[in-house]
Design a protein. Structure first.
Length: 496
């Protein structure tokens, strides 16, 4: 039997039943990676010797009667997480030899749960792209069409899961970095509520691994099924033992409902600042139809929804506000000059990004105050609805675009071009207020590319969008392995 595309839940059951050993699962996964990853380039740092040793240890533990949530299950880890003895570079050539001495807190939790770490997955330079390529490890290709990106920055993890390289992976998300790769590769991912999952050790190689609180960024699970997301989130969730964990434990509330027909869902497919492509709209419709057919209450508009246009402008400013902290003085002053030349009435996303780069502390506090008003607006919305379904990005996976200046890149939505980073508005919708969001497969585009949607839930009620994702998986289907046809035979890109 080929175990490589099974869910972690099924693998765990097979291990408990004695139908397979962890050594067998690990050897099969390594064989598949060695056979297929030449074309995908998802696993940038293999760790096969230690994986085999961990698998032997898992089998011995099970023979002693032990059982842990992930005992013996092969997984991968995004390159940006520290793993002792392996490089953490974030794709930045000056740090190609950087090896941390300690595991990230989430790597420690994976290992404590019994997972077998196969290796690390590829990332874009500095984790700052919607694609996955860098000068150290090259380019990761989309398993569905090698001429296209798997997304970023957790693109290596998404491509690995779609290709059968491990049953689970962990990534991170600041600008859709979990959800966009899931959408592009046809898998599942969950962006947890801000602060729910400790992230110490998921840190740039030139920074100490401190238990810092992040403004927008989270770490979270990726999988081939919705139930596996919950399985992995339960391993990952909880405060850092060095800070809040000293005083607080974690008790997530249960999902609001167990049946589709009991859910109240707001469905969105139009954004005021960028159109939604036909293929993505069709995916949203597919989910909406499934909800209606199951008897759920579905609405298309609500006066309670915080203004999406203002939300996007706030998000763009917050997203970039910390990116210039280490800019040379001359570069920073050049940005200030560019902002001074902007028309006062320019409310474009590009203008918001420029203004965000030079926010004074006073200005940032005002933007943050507006964010708090949006958070309160979402609380009011979730008294009337249980979840919001909307796109992750306006398009399916797009062709590789390695233009050295991302500001010169464009994204084509049904043939009309827009600034490259404008596609982040949907990802920013739950990120700006810190809400949980689950990315789920929602069918295929006319070209056969995966299309996904995201399910946004109330703050700290992560089990609600996860449960809705599970119910939708039963209704419309979920992960399907990439077809080995003409679409996947495009010329693979490996260099950067």
């Amino acid at each position: 039997m080929d175990w490589n595309l099974e869910t972690a839940e099924n693998l765990g059951a097979a291990l408990r039943a004695g139908d397979v050993t962890s050594v067998e699962l690990t050897d099969e996964a390594i064989t598949r990676i060695e056979r297929d990853d030449k074309a995908i380039n998802a696993i940038c740092v293999p760790d096969f010797d230690r994986a085999r040793a961990a698998a032997r240890g898992a089998d011995r533990a099970r023979a002693r009667g032990e059982d842990r949530p992930l005992l013996g299950i092969p997984v991968t880890v995004k390159e940006s997480y520290d793993i002792a003895g392996l490089p953490t570079t974030w794709g930045m050539p000056p740090y190609r030899d950087h090896q941390p001495a300690e595991d990230a807190v989430q790597v420690s939790r994976l290992k404590a749960a019994g997972a077998v770490v196969l290796g690390k997955t590829n990332v874009p330079l500095g984790l700052q792209d919607v694609q996955t390529f860098n000068d150290i490890y090259g380019t990761t290709n989309n398993p569905w069409d090698h001429r296209r990106t798997p997304g970023g920055s957790s693109g290596g993890s998404a491509a690995a899961l779609a290709s059968g390289f491990g049953a689970l992976s962990i990534g991170s998300d600041l600008a859709g970095s979990l959800r966009t790769p899931a959408h592009f590769c046809g898998i599942y991912a969950h962006k947890p509520t801000l602060g729910l999952v400790a992230s110490r050790g998921m840190v740039p190689p030139d920074a100490p691994a401190l238990p810092a609180e992040h403004d927008l960024a989270v770490v979270g699970p990726m999988a081939r099924s919705a139930r596996d997301l919950t399985l992995l989130l339960d391993v990952m969730a909880g405060p850092d033992p060095l800070t809040l964990g000293t005083a607080y434990g974690l008790t997530l509330p249960p999902a609001r409902h167990e049946r589709l027909r009991d859910f109240r869902v707001l469905v969105l497919d139009e954004h005021p600042l960028i159109p939604t492509g036909a293929a993505v709209r069709a995916g949203v419709e597919r989910v909406a139809d499934a909800l209606v057919d199951a008897g759920a209450r579905v609405e298309r508009h609500s006066p309670l929804l915080p203004d999406p246009a203002e939300a996007s402008l706030l998000y763009m400013q917050l997203l970039v506000s910390g990116s210039v902290a280490r800019f040379p003085t001359d570069a920073y002053e050049q940005l200030r000059s560019m902002v001074a030349e902007l028309p006062v009435g320019d409310r474009s996303l590009q203008a918001a990004r420029l203004r965000g780069m030079v926010l004074s502390h006073r200005d940032w506090i005002e933007v943050n105050n507006l964010r708090e008003l949006h958070r309160h607006g979402w609380r009011r919305l979730f008294t009337e609805f249980d979840a919001v379904v909307c796109p992750v990005t306006p398009t399916p996976a797009f062709p590789h675009d390695h233009h050295p200046d991302p500001l010169e890149r464009l994204i084509a939505v049904d043939g009309v071009e827009f600034p490259y980073f404008d596609q982040l508005v949907w990802a920013g919708l739950p990120t700006m207020p810190g809400l949980p969001a689950t990315a789920v497969p929602a069918g295929r585009s006319p070209e056969g590319l995966p299309v996904g949607v995201q399910i946004i839930g109330p703050m700290f009620e992560d089990r609600t969008p996860l449960r809705l994702a599970e119910l939708l998986e039963q209704r419309i289907g979920g992960f399907r392995a990439p077809e080995q046809g003409p679409g996947a035979r495009g010329d693979a890109v490996r260099g950067s």
